[in-house]
Ligand binder design. Sequence first.
Ligand SMILES: NC(=O)c1ccc[n+]([C@@H]2O[C@H](COP(=O)([O-])OP(=O)(O)OC[C@H]3O[C@@H](n4cnc5c(N)ncnc54)[C@H](OP(=O)(O)O)[C@@H]3O)[C@@H](O)[C@H]2O)c1
Length: 284
Amino acid sequence: MNEHLSILVTGASGNTGSALVTSLLAQGAKVRAASRSGQPDTQDNLLATSVRFDWFDPATYHQTLQGIERMYLVPPPGVLDPLPVMMPFLTGARQAGVRRVVLLSATVIQRGDTGLGQVHDALPDLFPEWAVLRPSWFMQNFVGQHPHAYSIREQGILRSATGNGRVGFINAEDIARTAAHILLSETPPNRDLLLTGPEAISYDEVAQIMSSVRTNSVRHQHVSVDELQQLHIDSGLPPEFAEMLAQADHLIAGGMEDRVTNEVEAVTGTPPTSFKDFVTQYCS
Ligand SMILES: NC(=O)c1ccc[n+]([C@@H]2O[C@H](COP(=O)([O-])OP(=O)(O)OC[C@H]3O[C@@H](n4cnc5c(N)ncnc54)[C@H](OP(=O)(O)O)[C@@H]3O)[C@@H](O)[C@H]2O)c1
């Protein structure tokens, strides 16, 4: 069954997309991996067909979509109002015969909210089969290309305005496993899914766990929302994004991310990774 399905993965070089390509290939699907370079990003993913795709270059849409039945969408990064950018691609996808769409969103974004919430809202009218994944914050933020990861690597400091607020951090690979199941299953969810890891932990606990696993210790430095916003601006982020990220910490401090769900295990049959196991695996 799976080898007959043609599945498009956008953001195929990113945290969730690259793991999704690997997972879909392992399950026998025919995968088209889309990125701006149009080149495979890992040895594992050489079996996928690569295609050049740029949200801001509609000339890349036709080749990206031809023959595709199901697709995974990572929204254009850094765009506060993505609907006008994404809509031409979505309508092109419908015309090309795409039936199922899995959109990567976030816990903080509800259907209809300004920004990506409007894309969420548009999906059910465009496609008969859909899902919106709303993951909590990624564990990869502490080890990858995120500002947290840089300050941890370079200074051993994790700066946040999250106070004692807790977050159900999730491994991007668990998001990818969930997306793979949804893309390959007989029945589409046609709903949004709040995805978290197995436990909600504070940034103090993040620092403690990282310190217990790594050779170098990590300290959580509590800063105010305004200080954090300025730090993001100083690191080169556009002011509106710096504000959005700082406000996200404020929401965490207020308890908004202090929750866990069982969606990953319910969909995939396997529990999500704990933060300790994630860091141990990453550091080994
Ligand atoms: N980090 C978190 O804690 C968190 C939490 C919840 C939700 N999210 C959401 O997760 C999404 C990011 O997903 P991710 O971490 O899997 O991706 P990622 O690692 O941030 O990578 C971004 C991907 O987008 C692609 N890309 C960049 N510009 C593009 C363009 N103009 N056209 C087409 N593709 C483009 C990149 O590919 P190329 O550069 O190769 O083209 C890359 O594969 C964001 O929407 C974010 O809001 C993140």
